[in-house]
Design a protein around this ligand. Sequence first.
Ligand SMILES: Nc1ncnc2c1ncn2[C@@H]1O[C@H](COP(=O)(O)OP(=O)(O)OP(=O)(O)O)[C@@H](O)[C@H]1O
Length: 267
Amino acid sequence: MIEFKNVHKAFGPKKVLRGFSLTVNEGETMVIIGYSGTGKSVAIKHIVGLLEPDEGEVWVDGLRVDQLSRKDLYALRGNIGYVFQFAALFDSMTIGENVAMGLRKQGELTEQEIGTRVTEALNLVDLPDVQNRMPSELSGGMRKRVGIARAIALRPKYILYDEPTTGLDPVTSATIDQLMVRMREQLGVTGIVITHDMRSAYTVGTRIAMLYEGQVHAVGTVDEIQHSKDPLVRQFVEGRPTIDDESVLVAGLPGSLPPDVATTPHR
Ligand SMILES: Nc1ncnc2c1ncn2[C@@H]1O[C@H](COP(=O)(O)OP(=O)(O)OP(=O)(O)O)[C@@H](O)[C@H]1O
């Protein structure tokens, strides 16, 4: 179980998290949605100790992350796969070497065992034949799948996905969604997914949390969020602009007319 308790985090004067509390139960996939720059990535970085809270607590499996020794933090990270926003593969290494990297760092397996894990992980993401290829030879969608293979090669209990489908075409996105569902259903992995893609959120999420102004504004099952009457949630999930719709009709492009014209209702 992952728990954020009243977490505050600021960078200089910029207060990003302002009392962020959220519980992610074992076996579920929690999707975190919210406007760009609201602190979704900042929140999940606390889980692996890449950031420390200014105030509040982050717990993983009964361990308070910011109070762990370096050794215990590394052990905890071994249980958590992190799929970064931009696949982040090393261009000078083959795909096989990229996937093996975390396992080699752990230093617990023989080269033969690592080879088996790499093959297994690449099979799970439906990329059985790319081990000896270089990242530059793969499409964006394939690279994302390699990023996921690298995470699952460690057989983690948790996987954190930061915008796994951003920049992909709808069909490739759907493949990544299926993969995330498969991770939960077949491997029992607990997941946190940050996404802007509501279709993906509805497909992979068991619950959805909306982050707004540094706090969880709403959290619920997919059905509850989809049918929420909360105006902020509705606006976000429907992708409506923040300025009123009528002024968009008048102005064409927001901000292209003087404010007095742009806000004049068009009747
Ligand atoms: N290490 C850092 N130092 C300073 N500011 C940071 C740092 N990390 C994040 N921020 C700031 O914190 C805010 C939240 O960033 P974050 O990446 O968490 O947003 P996000 O909700 O994930 O956005 P997006 O959906 O665009 O990825 C941003 O204003 C960002 O510039």
